[in-house]
Every structure is written in C-alpha cells, then in structure tokens.
Design a protein around this ligand. Structure first.
Ligand code: CA
Length: 233
C-alpha cells in the first residue's frame, strides 16, 4: 500500500489511541490532534505532508467539526470522513452538505471504517476528468449523445431523470443528501424541483433499472440516496 497520511481529529483518548494503532497497523501514516487548534497546527506546520484524509470527530473541546469541515477540509479539498457519536440524521446531512465525503457513526467496526477510508482515498485519487461515458454496473450513460442504456438496451429518460442519473453516476458510491440532489435538479422551466418531485423522479428512475439482485439506487434512510456499484466493492 502507498503511504497515505491520515490526520485523526478526536478528543477521546481511548478512541484516538485505538484508531492510531489500527490505522498504523493497516499501513497508514498517522498524525493526531485532540482539538481543532492542534489540527490546524498540524495542517499548517506540516510535520509529514498534507493529509490524504481527515477523520474528523464532531464534538471537540474547542468547537465543532462542522466549522472545520467547512473552512478547512472543503477549502483545501482534503477528503474528510466524519466520525460521530451523533448519529442523528440532521448532523450527518449537515456534514455531507458542508463537503464531508462520508461519515461513520460510533460505535463503529474497524472493518467498516477501513473500507470507508480506502474508498474515499481511492475516489479522491482518481483524476476528476469528466468522462463522456459514465457507468455503474449495467447502466451506461453517454454524455456525447445524451443517451442511456441498461443491460445494452436503450432507456428513455426525461431531461430531469437524465440529470439526476448523471449526477448520481458522477458521485457513485457516495451518499448524496436530498439537498445536494435538489440543488442540481431543475425542471423544464428552469425552476428547482421540490422534495416531492425528487421522490417521484427517484421512483421513476428505479422502475427503469430493475435488477434481480436489488435496487441500484439505494435509500440512505433519513439522509438521501446512493448509487452503488457493487462491481467495484
Ligand atoms: Ca468528541
């Protein structure tokens, strides 16, 4: 494995210690901070390198991870996973809306955390080159001629459904909040669609891509949706 550097921002001694040990064993380079102030010092005084990922606790002695996520992670484009005991949907949504790449709720299992970390790092290292062909499992979307096929068969979509699918494909394997989706969708008259319309659009899209093995567009309860590419997992 390459030497990826993870900055852990966590004030609880026991969790911090556990994370450090586990991630070191998995081959990551680690730096750790127990406050936002320490985290900033590490980022700007650069002891090792700019982190490839930040694991960010939300409740910290000198503030919340939200502000950090907004001002530091997003601004400097450092991939971030929120680690939170607050598994309330509103907090998760807020974090994702502020630019976090993923979240893990405490208590977590190490296997899940490691796979989320690997996925976010992998995604961040892909060149963001906008490709003309977007794929997820049996769905292929061609941006050149604005066409979509499923299992090789052409699929008719409305303009709105196409935009929704395109956005899901660009962000596949990532949880998108309803607000993120709503801010990318507008109707034929150029008006943003409302919540109900989004629900209907998702329903319609789902009815056009039916797999025996289950839904391609997963509902992330209380948060939003995720297009999952099981071929890549
Ligand atoms: Ca905490």
């Amino acid at each position: 494995m390459e030497d990826y550097h993870i900055l852990i921002v966590e004030d609880e001694e026991a969790i911090l210690h556990y994370l450090k040990e586990a991630l070191l064993l998995s081959g990551y380079q680690i730096s750790a901070a127990q406050t936002l102030e320490e985290a900033k010092k590490i980022l700007f005084c650069n002891p090792i390198s700019t982190p490839d990922l930040i694991l960010l606790d939300l409740n910290l002695p000198d503030g919340t991870g939200f502000s950090f996520c907004e001002t530091i992670c997003s601004k400097y484009q450092i991939p971030t996973i929120i680690l939170t005991a607050l598994d309330e949907d509103a907090d998760i949504i807020r974090g994702l809306d502020l630019g976090a790449d993923d979240y893990v709720t405490k208590p977590f299992t190490l296997a899940v955390l490691l796979s989320r970390i690997a996925a976010v790092i992998r995604r961040s290292k892909q060149t963001p080159k906008e490709s003309d062909i977007l794929r997820c499992q049996d769905i292929t979307l061609n941006r050149k001629d604005i066409s979509v096929t499923f299992q090789g068969n052409p699929i008719e979509l409305t303009a709105g459904e196409y935009r929704l699918l395109e956005y899901l494909l660009i962000n596949k394997n990532r949880t998108l909040t309803r607000d993120m989706l709503l801010s990318h969708l507008w109707d034929a008259e150029g008006k943003y669609v409302n919540d109900n319309t989004l629900t209907v659009m998702i329903k319609r899209l789902r009815s056009k891509f039916i797999l025996e093995s289950g839904q391609l567009i997963k509902t992330v309860r209380g948060i939003g949706y995720k297009l999952e590419d099981t071929y890549e997992n």
